[in-house]
Ligand binder design. Structure first.
Ligand SMILES: Cc1cc2nc3c(=O)[nH]c(=O)nc-3n(C[C@H](O)[C@H](O)[C@H](O)COP(=O)(O)OP(=O)(O)OC[C@H]3O[C@@H](n4cnc5c(N)ncnc54)[C@H](O)[C@@H]3O)c2cc1C
Length: 472
């Protein structure tokens, strides 16, 4: 095993410059501070010793082969929008950015796929598919995340209710292993039972097993119409009770999200956006895609009727892209709004079975409030992935905040487990949730995780100290 790692010196810097280019390498104090952390600085701020922007797989391979030989840790960096403290150099070493590898190849119509380098942005992939009349459905909230980051964290997002996760759209992956070997996991085939499903193991591995250098994604025919419904209720609990009623209808919704009025106010106030529905202490937002207007009208009529029969004050229909955009822009501004409205944040990203959504939401609010924490449960309630957002107000000391959020998270994770849920639904473990993992999954599972890690990375040089920690 590799601890302690080699401290990098001028000879190491010079080697990395020689296999890349001097103007794409930064060292020490010249490295921009944004690369010390991801979107959650609460989960760790760590300076890399060297930051390099690569332009092809050969450079990735040369850097990894050198790091493997010299015992230097390497962390791959996408757009840095992760919410788990994943893209950080916890043990120093090299931060390797793939953001310049952003080429999107022409759509393959015969296979209905698109191939891309890992640094392409999600929004550009979605646009490239749309330009060809096709559809890349995964829709995590942050559209400027890299597609490599989406795949390696198995990003979920709002449309998972109907279409599934990023995983469900990955046909094949090209990646570099920690020792520098370049591998292909699967190929552009619809089925594959050739050996272990390594491609699926790599998806969601949070940059701890390999560095993705190319991805082929499945596309779908684009839906021809869609509508967004806003159902205002007297409470978040009533919204949660409505979720199974929507799911029981004979139409599969694309997304089901909920928001409390307090959170809508936070986004309106801090980001100057206006939510079109003023009624209700909480709203359920339901979206439908369809391939004909008739199918869409039937879904909308059935959902509206169910909402009114189950206590909604109204059911407002946003059936033009402009009206729908006003709804989704407030939903999309939650994280930014909360950041502007608090000193810092902590987030619980559990996922519970759909049958337990209402039970979780009701108990989660009680638990957080009992710890004296301002809490905003929100998010992907259609798939049970409730983001329980905790906000720190002025006047709370570091110690008070840490103690309260830690105790609260422990209770929330225990609740999720009791309800048959999981610790993270989409944001992953990274560094931020590491300390809670073993209690959740048990020691035998941690042993399995460690064996998997060692099978890929016997010297523990790739993103060490994330998901599994050997150094304790
Ligand atoms: C406003 C906002 C909304 C969000 N909404 C959602 C959501 O709805 N659903 C969801 O799932 N997530 C969401 N996220 C989280 C985040 O966008 C995703 O985790 C995203 O997939 C991260 O991509 P990235 O390029 O920013 O990766 P980074 O943050 O740069 O890296 C994340 C992890 O992936 C590794 N990594 C990155 N690229 C590669 C690669 N090519 N090869 C190997 N490892 C790599 C890194 O080492 C790190 O461990 C949201 C984030 C924000 C800020």
């Amino acid at each position: 095993m590799a601890y302690p790692y080699k401290k990098m010196d001028e000879a190491d810097f010079e080697y990395i410059r020689s296999v890349t280019a001097p103007d794409r390498v930064w060292t020490g104090g010249d490295i921009a501070r944004e690369y010390y952390r991801d979107e959650m600085p609460e989960y760790g701020i760590f300076p890399p010793e060297l930051y390099v922007e690569v332009i092809n797989k050969e450079e990735v391979s040369a850097i990894m082969a050198y790091a493997y030989k010299m015992n230097i840790p390497v962390v791959c960096r996408g757009a840095g929008t992760g919410l788990a403290g994943g893209a950080t150099c916890k043990y120093g070493g090299i931060m390797l950015s793939v953001m310049r590898m952003n080429k999107i190849f022409p759509v393959d119509h015969k296979n209905q796929t698109i191939t891309t380098e890992p640094g392409a942005l999600l929004l550009d992939i979605q646009a490239a598919a749309a330009a060809e009349g096709l559809f890349y459905p995964p829709d995590p909230g942050e559209k400027t995340a890299s597609i490599g980051g989406n795949v390696i964290t198995n990003a979920g997002g709002m449309k998972a209710v109907r279409y599934g996760l990023t995983r469900d759209f990955v046909r094949c992956i090209e990646a570099v292993l920690p020792d520098g070997s370049i591998m292909n996991f699967s190929s552009n085939v619809v089925k594959n039972t050739t050996g272990y499903a390594v491609k699926d193991l790599v998806i969601g591995s949070e940059g701890t097993l390999c560095i993705i250098t190319q991805i082929t994604l499945k596309l779908l025919p684009a839906p021809t119409c869609s509508a967004t419904l806003v159902m205002p209720f007297d409470s978040l609990e009533s919204c949660a009770d409505m979720v199974p009623k929507v799911l029981e209808l004979p139409f599969v919704p694309t997304a089901i999200e909920f928001l409390e009025r307090e959170l809508i106010d936070i986004v309106e106030k801090n980001l100057n956006r206006q939510f079109p529905v003023k009624q209700g202490e909480a709203v359920l937002i339901v979206m439908y895609d369809a391939s004909s207007q008739q199918e869409l009208d039937s879904a909308v009529a059935a959902a509206s009727e169910a909402a009114l029969a189950n206590g909604a004050y109204d059911c407002c229909i946003a059936d033009t892209p402009e009206r729908a955009a006003t709804v989704w822009s407030v939903r999309g501004g939650i994280l930014e709004g909360m950041k502007a409205d608090s000193v810092s944040q902590e987030e619980c990203d559990v996922v519970v079975p759909r049958s337990e959504i209402a039970g979780y939401v009701k108990a989660a609010k009680r638990i957080a409030l009992a710890h004296g924490i301002r809490v905003e449960p929100c998010g992907h309630c259609g798939d049970g992935n409730i983001h329980t957002e905790m906000l720190r107000d002025e006047g709370m000391s570091d110690e008070e905040w840490k103690t309260a959020t830690h105790a609260c998270l422990k209770e929330l994770y225990a609740l999720s487990k009791e309800l048959g849920g999981q610790l993270s639904g989409e944001h992953g473990i990274g560094n931020g949730r590491l300390e809670f993992l073993e209690e959740f999954v048990g020691p035998r599972m941690i042993q399995l995780y460690k064996s998997i890690k060692l099978a890929f990375d016997d010297k523990l040089i790739l993103n060490p100290g994330k998901i599994v920690e050997f150094n304790k």
